[in-house]
Structures are given as C-alpha cells and as structure tokens.
Design a protein around this ligand. Structure first.
Ligand code: ACO
Length: 470
C-alpha cells in the first residue's frame, strides 16, 4: 500500500541514491584493515586521529560523508529497518531473524517498566533540573533496580581483574603499544560460553544493556512529562520502541508517520564511531566499572553544546532569526563576530553529513503537514543555503545531524530541552555495543599528557608564600 509511510521510504531511498551518486563507494584499505600494534598514526590535540582499538560496529568516513553500521549503509537501515533491529544489529553483529527479533523486543518491553526507579527519581525536583542531569541521575538509580554487578557473584574475580590495576601499566614511560589484553570481561565465563558455541548475548552485561536501552527511553519520557507539570505515563507494551517513546512523552498514540519518523531519527543517531560520548563510556567501562556508569558518562559528555547539545541551540537560533528575510543580515553579524553557527560543521565530516541528508527531507515532509512550523523550516533552508555558499567550499562546513533534527522533533511535539535526552535514547544502543565489544579484549585507557611544567621547585611553607609573592 502506497501510504504516507511509503512516501517516507521513497524519500530516504532517493536521498541514499543521491548520496551514492555524489560520493565514491569504495572503502579505503588503509582505513579499514586490522591494526598492527604498535601502530603509527598522526595524532592531533584531543587524540584526533589516534587509533585506540579495532571495531566492527560502525564506520564513519568524513571526507566522503559515509555512515555504515556493521556493513549496512545508514540510508538502507533508515529506509527499511526499525530501531529494535538496528540496536540488535549493533550489539550482536547481524540483523535479527524473526525469532531473535521477537525475543529481543519482548525483553525491551519487559524492561520498559521502571516503577522502582521512577519512584526514586520523583523524590527529586526533576521539573527544576536540567533534563540531561535528571537522565543521568535516573540511569544511576536504575542500577539499584537491576544490577548483578552489585551482587557478589557478578563482581569480576580477582583473577580476572588483577591486570586492570593501573599501577601495573608503565605510565610515563613510552607506551609499548603491543596487543596485550590485560583483562577480558568475565574471561572465564566468556571462554566457557565460547566453547559451548554461544555468542555475545551470554556475556555478562548484555542484560544490563537491554535494560538501559529501554530504561533511558522511559526515563526521558517521564522527565519530559514532569517538566511540563504532568505525571509520567505507563508504557504501552503493544507499541514499538519509537511509538511508545512518543506516547509516553506526549500522551497521544502517534500516527504511523510520526512513529516512522521517530524510528528513523533513533536509527540514525544510534552510533557514530569514537565520538566524545562513546569514548567517554568506553573509558569508564575499561576500568571494569559497569555499563550503568558507562552510560552515565556518555550522557554527561553528550550534554555539551559542542556535541549533543547543539540541536537545542539550532531552534533558538532559528527563533532568533525569525524569518528567511532576516537570514543574511543575521549571518553577516554572526560571522563578523566569529560565532560558530549551531548545526554546522563537524569534527569528522568535511562533506555533507549523511544524517542531515536524511533529516532535511524528513523535516520538509513534516512541515508540509504542519503549517505552524513552515517558517522555521524555510528559515533553516535559507540559512543552510547562505552558510553553504560562504563556508562549504572554503572550510568544509555543511549542516550536521543537529541542524534539522530539532525541527523534526518539534513537529513530533517534543520540547527543545528534551532534544539531547532523545539523542541519548538512541545513542545508548551504540554506547552499549561499543562497550560490549571493547570489553571482550579490554585494556584500560591510559593516554599521556606531555608535561611542560617546571621541575626542581623548592617547597615554600604556607606562612612564607605571601611575603615571597609581594
Ligand atoms: N560556524 C561557523 N564557522 C565554523 C563552524 C560553524 N558552525 N564550525 C567550524 N567553523 C570554522 C571555524 O571557525 C574554523 O575557522 P578558521 O579556520 O577560520 O579558524 C574552521 O571552521 C574549523 O573549525 P574547528 O573548530 O577547528 O572545527 P572542528 O572540527 O574542531 O569543530 C565542531 C567541529 C566543534 C562541531 C564545530 O564545527 C562547531 O562548534 N559547530 C557548532 C556546534 C555543533 O553544531 N555541534 C554539533 C556537532 S554534531 C554532534 O556532535 C552530534
């Protein structure tokens, strides 16, 4: 049936075709082959360009504007899959069979109900808290509801954990860099499972990941409700992950179009290489902390305006500009003042962000059905044109994922302060997948800083410091 959701699929297929026409589809062997440790690479400040590990989960090619999850093009996944299928794919490595998907979805539905956690969370003044702070608190509280790590049998054994002691790693000496896994997550248990032919789902931690994928959605919706002066809404087990999220936020069961759009937005934010929040969650996991703390670290990192916080700023910028006719003057002023325009530029993409190629047409599709958001979209479209003319060729500045996502979420009835938590609802599956993969061959993260300070300072007693500084 060629209904409205089919129109969306057609849009995504067309966007994918256009992207493929404009970019080569040949992977570069030098960027996609096993690492020979120790590895030599050019590293910039902030570890830019550093290779920290191998991964089979996802590939970003910023020069070409590619995003691949487990070998599948993001355009194909957005056009044809659901968030549940993509989360399974990221964590388990293959698209699920019908039976595997059913079991996985049942688990997610079971973990939607966070009654004990919500009771604890509602003891705080959630309506006055920053939404990401409340979400981070909520994930910590989830540990109390379900975590075997707090139970003795779930703790890493001394034998497993012994090599993870930081003191056993040469620190300020030059790193040797050889492949030397010092800890494997529950090594003995995983080895036994491997012998028995069982896969990742048996590894310790996967249940907690399922719990978090569902739970972060429930928490986000509850926070959104409370901030608007309402009570949280009980999850609906009959609805998909995307539809249930919208239902719990808005109180309305979404239309098929709204459900499909939410699903696509969740899919395309799910993973994005070793970005700041993913890396933060992996660093925490590498100390053998647990996945709740890892996800909490990811949420904290995602909160920043240089990362997930930009889409909220985009809506503020568009509101400030007001209408397409004001764009040129606003932009002249912003560029003169060297202000970075929210929703443009990316550390990795120096080509058009493939996620913006998807969200742009989706935003347009939605505003055509929502008169009240038309000016917002037209202003955005005009801003994209002006910024591209001035900065695309010169500096490789294009719209990023955050530029159109805010308009999409606004059309779905989501408040700006909830945009970044919604990002977390999606990215929790990427964080989980990356953490689980890394823990299979764990090595605690420990880069170095180059010490450029002083040596041989003579200690000055407290009482003498004032005298000496005058
Ligand atoms: N608007 C105007 N100019 C920009 C922008 C922008 N958004 N982004 C970069 N530039 C310019 C810089 O001023 C710089 O110019 P110069 O060489 O004349 O000094 C040049 O482009 C390179 O800029 P960098 O800051 O070095 O780019 P970097 O790759 O480090 O930064 C970043 C990437 C942080 C995302 C930056 O583009 C930015 O701040 N964008 C706005 C915030 C944003 O949208 N963040 C969301 C990113 S997507 C995500 O995290 C999910």
């Amino acid at each position: 049936m060629h209904d409205e959701t089919q129109n969306i699929t057609d849009l995504l297929v067309a966007a994918g075709r256009k992207a493929r026409e404009e970019t080569s589809n040949t992977p570069e062997p030098e960027l996609t082959q096993p690492v020979q440790w120790p590895v030599t690479c050019t590293v910039g400040p902030g570890l830019e360009g550093a290779i920290a590990c191998e991964s089979k989960i996802g590939y970003v090619n910023g020069a070409k504007g590619w995003l691949i999850y487990r070998g599948y093009d993001i355009f194909d996944l957005c056009a044809h899959a659901t968030f549940e299928e993509v989360s399974y794919l990221l964590m388990h490595g293959t698209l699920p069979t019908v039976k595997q998907l059913k079991t996985f979805k049942n688990k997610l539905v079971q973990y939607r109900f966070l009654n004990a956690t919500l009771r604890l969370l509602m003891g705080f003044e959630v309506e006055k808290m920053n939404a990401m702070a409340a979400l981070r608190l909520g994930t910590n509280l989830m540990r109390q509801e379900f975590t075997f790590v707090d139970q003795e049998e779930g703790r890493p054994t001394t034998v497993d954990a012994i090599g993870a002691d930081e003191d056993s790693i040469p620190m300020e000496t030059a790193p040797r860099g050889e492949r030397q896994a010092i800890y494997e997550f529950k090594r003995s248990r995983m080895a036994a499972k491997k012998r028995a032919g069982q896969q990742l789902e048996d590894a310790g931690g996967i249940e907690a990941c399922y719990h978090l994928i569902s739970g972060v959605a429930t928490l986000t919706a509850a926070i959104a409700r409370v901030r608007q002066g309402h009570m949280p809404i009980e999850p609906d087990p009959e609805l998909s992950h995307a539809a249930n999220l919208l239902y719990m936020i808005t109180g309305q069961r979404p239309s098929p179009v709204e459900e499909r759009v939410m699903d696509i937005a969740l899919i395309l934010h799910a993973d994005h290489g070793m970005n700041a929040s993913t890396f933060s969650s992996m660093v925490v996991a590498s100390t053998l902390s647990d996945v709740y703390f890892s996800v909490g670290a990811g949420i904290a990192a995602l909160n920043g305006p240089l990362h997930g916080g930009a889409n909220e700023q985009v809506i503020r910028t568009l509101d400030e500009i007001g209408k397409p006719g004001n764009v040129k003057a606003w932009l002249d002023n912003a560029l003169n003042k060297k202000i970075k325009i929210a929703g443009f530029g990316h550390r990795v993409y120096k080509a058009y962000d493939p996620r913006a190629r998807i969200l742009g047409p989706l935003a347009q599709f939605l505003v055509e059905r929502n008169e009240g958001k038309k000016t917002l979209f037209q202003t955005a479209h005009k801003l994209e044109g002006e910024v591209s003319t001035r900065l695309a060729a010169q500096k490789g500045i294009f719209p990023n994922v955050d530029f159109y996502s805010g308009i999409v979420y606004s059309c779905l009835g989501i408040q700006p302060e909830m945009f970044t938590p919604i990002f977390a609802v999606s990215r929790v599956s990427g964080w989980s997948a990356r953490v689980l993969e890394y823990l299979q061959n764990n090595r605690i993260f420990r880069p170095r800083a180059m010490y450029t300070g002083e040596f041989n300072n003579a200690f000055v007693p407290l009482a003498e410091r004032d005298k000496r500084s005058h």
